[in-house]
Design a binder for this molecule. Structure first.
Ligand SMILES: C[S@@+](CC[C@H](N)C(=O)[O-])C[C@H]1O[C@@H](n2cnc3c(N)ncnc32)[C@H](O)[C@@H]1O
Length: 824
């Protein structure tokens, strides 16, 4: 049958033909499964570069000294997530090329036939497995013309499954599959592998999906346990990120190639093993705190680790820059190598190289040029747990971590159901009343939108309310009253909405924020596990913020006050007295927040520290110069006033009245008579666009004039503020449901029918705020440059002098003021 196929027509000529076949094939065959298993095919350019780099490492006299690289008879190779076989194909081609150069074309067929015994692939799904088999057979047909196609060592198996499972305990499957699994298990148990290479699946929150690697054998440590950070490292909250398919595959590969944890997981004796693991995966493990033990273990087991950052753009980069178009997380290639007799007390040398930002084609070109010998690599720190990222520059290291300035930081409100938030209070009241009037219990439950294993349901009673708002002890199902009065809510940076402040409806309200809320409170929100990629690196709000307030992704909230009477500073008191002494004048908590906003909340900060920000975690340069401190504070007070729409830091004498900020009359955006955005009876508008030549922002049938391109383009880490603001108020607010997520509650569909005047007012407020912020940016940039060029109060010095010490702990009880705050 193979002979009857014109292979050349199918695959040669266009090397990628199979990939498209795969994409199209799987699209139809198993789309849901493909998403669930996190399968994204690997571009041939990436596979080619990874295969070449591993080949170089195998040949390197300093490492493995295998003169023929992959073509050496001693080298065994496995791709544990073979997909369509792109990596194995790449390895076969590399072998053919080596043999051709070294021995001549006549030697290829025999070498490739021999190599089929050393190349192994595991795959879970039948679809890609079949494609991989066809692709590799077609390749064999070309490399071994006229010869019989040798057997390929491809197996349908769960790579992460227990290889020690008794054979008779395997379920009675279709025989060839049972055989495939048996043979695969034998390889996993006893065949040494030199190289594991591939593109393992990515799937976060994959608890329970890591098979034996995650669960292990009864009475023994699971392989993954080796990477769980010990409690005394205090990073337990982040360890959940280990529960990701790609991490399970990394752990499987290090177990298999380096033999790490073999004894603990199986009781077998550990022998000295050597080899290479080379994967392309998402990049969270390079610096995430939850991966400290993984990095520690890799530094102990390997001699060399090479890291290629494929996404210098950071999180959610533009699609044209992505290696995998469907993956919005940063991606990296890591090659980890261990030679025999590695001393586990000497950390591996970790080197880093970043591909250029920009189009994926430029990245492919840079990858094609890269070699392990290059000067382009930068050394990373050698501390066991430190990130696999270059050391921060000297200036950056002397800046103070944002977290260190504050006593407390927490996450914003996580409602867990979007219907409790809306851009107007009326929609919330209508949603509540719809829920209340629903007679059918099951539908009511569905509308409420409970979460599997989640703690809030229609029938649950509340013991406590949210501070400052009514308590309704009865369950939602029994509640006959109107909804608890909606209150202002900082939904996204510069997007003020409304929430029902009802503890029965909000999954994780973060009671601390509600306890400490007041008309004086100010919240700084900043990204946590990723770096700002443009615009202000933090934002400020006067309203209780959402978990995703900063740029739509989970971050941290830093309040100004630690109580509702605004007397207990959340900026460390030790720092306030230190700065007061250093500058020779009183420095208040409000000043420090203003200073931070002044120098961090503008695009110049992100640009200046671009290289340093490769590693998430904001830092603030603290000037030693009292005058510069005051200059930054002055700008920062205006920034806070603007970000809070005039609700905080008002000072009429300084042109900061206690009302929404306004630009001067000549700069101000205006709605001409003909531009009115129609309200009733017109439906809500559905389009918004900007005409730069007219400086006109069109909203449905209406428009606003005198809108500058900079206002329109204003973005917070890639999120365009005006565009997003409108997205939450237009007629069609539906968003694509990603992955296996449930569609939102039908209550979400309840929205105003007509554009209300309050939306127009808020849009104008927003434009004025953004316009004034843009005007401040050059001044902020100048002060920042002056500060970083002048003397700083270095982080280490401040630490040594106790300025960053936390005050004694208060009891966890909610406090109404300092009088009730008891010292422990
Ligand atoms: C990212 S894709 C690999 C793509 C492949 N390198 C290519 O370029 O075509 C990951 C593959 O791993 C497979 N996979 C997922 N979980 C697996 C498991 N537990 N064992 C084996 N294969 C698995 C998926 O079916 C998918 O084909």
């Amino acid at each position: 049958m193979l002979e009857a196929i014109e292979w050349s027509k199918i695959s040669r000529g266009s090397t990628d033909a199979w990939l498209y076949f795969y994409e199209d094939f799987l699209e139809v065959y198993d789309n849901a499964l493909r998403k669930r298993t996190g399968s994204y095919y690997t571009p041939p350019e990436v596979v080619g570069a990874m295969v070449r780099l591993v080949d170089d490492a195998l040949r390197s006299p300093a490492l493995f000294d295998q003169a023929k690289g992959f073509a050496s008879a001693d080298v065994t190779v496995a791709d544990p997530a073979v997909g369509t076989g792109t990596f194995l194909l790449g390895v076969f081609r590399q072998i053919a090329q080596t043999v051709e150069q070294d021995e001549g074309p006549g030697a290829i067929a025999a070498a490739v036939t021999a190599a089929t015994r050393r190349l192994i692939g595991f795959e879970l799904q039948f679809g890609p497995f079949a494609v991989a088999q066809l692709r590799l057979l077609a390749e064999m047909h070309t490399l071994i013309p006229g010869g019989a196609a040798p057997d390929l060592r491809l197996y349908v198996t769960d790579t992460l499954g227990n290889p020690y499972l008794e054979e008779e305990r395997l379920p009675q499957l279709y025989q060839p599959i049972a055989r495939s699994r048996r043979d695969a298990n034998k390889i996993k148990r006893s065949e040494p592998i030199t190289v594991v290479i591939g593109n393992p699946p990515y799937k976060e929150k994959a608890k329970g999906r890591g098979g034996w690697v995650e669960q292990g054998t009864a009475g023994r440590e699971a392989p993954l346990d080796r990477w769980v950070p010990p409690p005394q490292w205090k990073v337990g909250a982040h360890a959940k990120h280990l529960k990701n398919l790609y991490v399970y595959f990394w752990r499987w590969a290090t177990w298999k190639v380096f033999g790490t944890g073999l004894h603990d997981s199986t009781g077998l004796e550990e022998t000295d093993r050597a080899g290479i693991v080379c994967f392309i995966t998402v990049a969270g493990f390079l610096n995430g705190p939850g991966f400290q033990k993984m990095r520690d273990d890799l530094r102990r087991s390997c001699n060399e680790v090479w890291v290629i950052d494929c996404s210098p753009e950071g999180h959610q980069p533009e699609v044209a820059t992505r290696i995998f178009q469907g993956v919005q997380h940063p991606v990296c290639i890591v090659l980890a190598s261990r030679t025999p007799k590695k001393d586990s007390n000497v950390p591996a040398r970790v080197r880093f190289h970043s591909l250029p930002s920009g189009r994926r084609e430029d990245k492919f070109a840079a990858l094609a040029r890269l070699s392990l010998e290059d000067q382009a690599w930068t050394d990373c720190p050698s501390g066991w747990r430190e990130p696999f990222l270059p050391k921060a520059g000297a200036d950056w290291a002397s800046c103070v971590a944002l977290d260190d300035l504050f006593v407390y930081n927490g996450s914003g409100v996580m409602p867990g159901r979007t219907w409790v938030i809306a851009p107007d209070a009326q929609s919330l009241q209508e949603r509540w009343s719809t829920l209340q009037h629903e007679k059918e219990a099951a539908t009511k439950e569905e509308l409420f939108y409970p979460h599997q294993g989640g703690d809030k349901t229609v029938n649950k009673r509340a013991k406590k309310g949210l501070a400052g708002h009514e308590l309704r002890p009865q369950s939602v199902a029994q509640d006959r009253g109107p909804c608890i009065a909606p209150t202002g809510y900082a939904f996204r940076s510069f997007d003020r909405q409304w929430i029902i402040p009802d503890n029965r409806l909000i999954n994780r309200p973060n009671p601390t924020l509600w306890d400490w809320h007041s008309r004086q409170q100010v919240y700084v929100t900043a990204p946590e596990d990723r770096s700002p990629s443009g615009g202000p690196a933090l934002t400020v709000t006067a309203l209780i913020p959402d978990l995703h307030h900063y740029a739509g992704r989970g971050g941290r909230v830093f309040p100004l006050w630690r109580d509702s009477s605004a007397t207990l500073s959340n900026v460390k008191p030790a720092l306030l007295s230190h700065l007061s002494k250093a500058y020779g004048c009183g420095v208040s908590a409000e000043d420090v927040i203003a200073y931070v906003a002044g120098i961090v909340a503008h695009p110049g900060f992100t640009t200046h520290f671009k290289e340093d920000l490769l590693q998430p975690g904001l830092r603030v340069p603290v000037t030693a110069d009292a005058k510069l401190f005051e200059q930054a504070c002055q700008l920062g007070r205006e920034v806070v006033w603007l970000h809070t729409f005039g609700e905080r830091y008002a000072n009429p004498a300084k042109n900061r009245p206690s009302r929404p900020p306004r630009m001067t009359a000549s700069e101000a955006p205006r709605i001409p008579k003909e531009g009115a955005i129609p309200g009733a009876p017109e439906p809500l508008p559905d389009t918004m666009d900007y005409d730069p030549s007219l400086r006109r922002l069109r909203v449905g049938k209406g428009y606003i004039d005198n809108v500058s391109p900079a206002m329109w383009a204003y973005a917070v880490s890639g999120k365009e503020v005006i565009h997003q603001w409108f997205g939450y108020r237009k007629l069609d607010r539906s968003r694509p449901v990603i992955g296996d997520r449930r569609p939102p509650s039908a209550l979400d569909d309840i929205q105003l029918e007509h554009w209300p005047a309050e939306y127009t007012s808020e849009l104008l407020n927003l434009l004025h705020v953004l316009g004034r912020l843009v005007a401040l940016e050059p001044k902020q940039q100048r002060v920042l440059e002056d500060i970083v060029q002048g003397p700083l109060l270095g982080a280490e010095d401040l630490k040594r002098e106790g300025a960053l010490n936390a005050p004694p702990k208060l009891t966890d009880e909610p406090t109404d003021g300092p009088a009730q705050a008891k010292l422990l």
